[in-house]
Design a protein around this ligand. Structure first.
Ligand code: ADP
Ligand code: MG
Length: 468
């Protein structure tokens, strides 16, 4: 069967691609309509899924009929791969078998029969699909100073869900620093230790969509009931709820119900609770009940370890100087570290090239350019005080000397313009002022820029220094 598939595939793609991506596959077994193939690494499997799933599907359906299934067996070269092979029912072309993270979604259920797509009708008991990605576990999450608190709090919660004072546990931090990974890890670990508990991972965005649908479909009560049955609820990116008062309201009730019944709630957000805007006060105060743990950007050593672990997982060898070059240049986002690796592996295997420093520089450059720099308030204060030849403490001081006041106002103005921080948080970081002072500063700068040529030049100069 596999040979027939292969010759069909060979006729339909470039010889080089065939050699790279299909020759290394080993057929393992065939059971009914399910063919199991062994692939060398998880990366390999993801690549096939992303680029050749349609072709594979056609090839298999030709051989095994409409119900053909493909099971991947990812060769277990290390301990980090998931315990189970990924099983996919070959989807009809309008269905997507995987979401972007490579989670198997329950295709077998026909969503039309269900009010809630996460409930699979069982014989006696309803079973809730956790929506967890087994690859996002504690083992694969590298520990470093930047994430120690968040990681150990997460492990404590996983050991005793609902039984610690970390309820809710709120994990916050910038993009690509591992919030989603860590929140899945908690769920995966709980499922392992307490298989009877119902765990559900959901993004705040999807939660919102479900809620809106439930209102439209007159099933709001079912929606609430469903969520109140859960033992461990993980809601990712709760900042998405900002400004959505209906969803906040329903979430508030679900949260209270779960909390009162000793159920665990885990939340993630890209901002600290103090910086969340347009979230109702009562909900914010609930968020602060448990523990808020920040994920920070990893330091150099941690970045090296993360790269090494990913390489090991994918069974790829890379010279140390190249790994070091990547870790030196990609600093603030783990997702980008991974992105560089994936581009490099793809390029190298397509062109049968070695990993060279030149190739690395090219790829790293592209990544660095594509990322808009998010400057920090600290950095803004440094640049502004340097520009006016004063130190940061002077800029922050209570003095009313005109040039110092102006420098301070400019720092506030740039902080508002160039970061996502709220007025209150900007005020507290620039000399403990309140949000009204910051607002006033922004207005003053706007006015002065229009009326005062010298001042306008300050703004232009500093803008240049900040955006280089
Ligand atoms: P966020 O949700 O904060 O934007 P993610 O959880 O999606 O970030 O992480 C981005 C990528 O980086 C994921 O593939 C994740 O596995 C990886 N990652 C982040 N932190 C770590 C870490 N400490 N160790 C290993 N991988 C990490
Ligand atoms: Mg995320």
């Amino acid at each position: 069967v596999w040979n027939n598939c292969l010759s069909f595939i060979k006729d339909n793609i470039k010889p080089q691609a065939y050699k790279t991506w299909f020759e290394p596959i080993l057929p393992v077994k065939i059971a009914g309509e399910a063919l199991t193939i062994q692939v060398p690494s998880k990366f390999f499997y993801e690549w096939l899924e992303e680029h050749y799933i349609k072709l594979l599907r056609v090839a298999l359906v030709r051989e095994l009929g409409d119900d053909a299934k493909l099971v991947y067996d990812v060769r277990m070269e290390n301990a980090y791969s998931s315990k189970n092979p990924h099983t996919v029912k070959i989807p009809s072309s309008n269905r997507k078998p995987f979401n972007s993270q490579g989670i198997t979604v329950p295709l077998e259920i026909d969503k039309r029969e269900l009010r809630n797509p996460f409930i699979i009708p069982g014989i006696q008991k309803v079973k809730i699909e956790s929506q967890l990605n087994p690859n996002y576990n504690f083992d694969s999450f590298i520990e470093g100073d930047s994430n120690r608190l968040a990681r150990s709090a997460s492990m404590a919660v996983a050991n005793k869900p609902g039984g610690t004072s970390f309820n809710p546990l709120l994990i916050y931090g910038g993009v690509g620093l591992g919030k989603t990974h860590l929140s899945h890890a908690i769920g995966v670990d709980i499922k392992d230790k307490y298989p009877e508990k119902t765990v559900l991972y959901i993004s705040a965005e999807k939660f919102t969509q479900q809620y809106i649908d439930s209102v439209k479909g007159n099933t709001r009560n079912d929606f609430i009931h469903f969520y109140q049955m859960i033992d461990v609820l993980i809601v990712d990116d709760v900042q998405f709820l900002s400004g959505k008062s209906g969803t906040q309201d329903v979430f508030f009730h679900i949260f209270n119900h779960l909390h009162q019944n000793g159920k665990q709630v885990i939340l993630t957000s890209d901002k600290a609770p103090v910086d969340m805007q347009d979230i109702e006060q009562r909900l914010l105060s609930r968020f602060k009940w448990g523990l808020s743990a920040e994920l920070m950007a990893p330091d150099y050593e941690t970045r090296i370890l993360i790269l090494q672990k990913k390489l090991f997982r994918d069974g790829v060898e890379m010279p140390d100087e190249i790994v070091e070059y990547i870790a030196k240049n990609i600093k603030s986002n783990v997702r980008e570290l991974e992105g560089v690796l994936i581009s490099m592996i793809a390029q190298a295997s397509f062109n049968r090239k070695e990993f060279t420093l030149a190739l690395t520089k090219q790829i790293v450059d592209k990544f660095v350019k594509n990322t808009k720099r998010e400057v920090s308030i600290d950095y803004i204060q440094k640049v502004v005080s340097k520009y006016f030849e004063m130190d940061v403490t002077t800029l922050q001081s209570k003095t009313r000397k005109r040039h110092i006041v102006q420098a301070r106002q400019l720092a506030m103005y740039f902080a508002k313009r160039m970061t996502k921080a709220s007025l209150a948080s900007i005020g507290s970081q620039i000399g403990s002022r309140d949000h009204a002072t910051v607002l006033h500063a922004c207005k003053t700068v706007d006015n002065l820029t229009e009326t005062d040529k010298q001042f306008k030049k300050y703004v232009e100069d500093i803008t240049k220094k900040l955006s280089f």
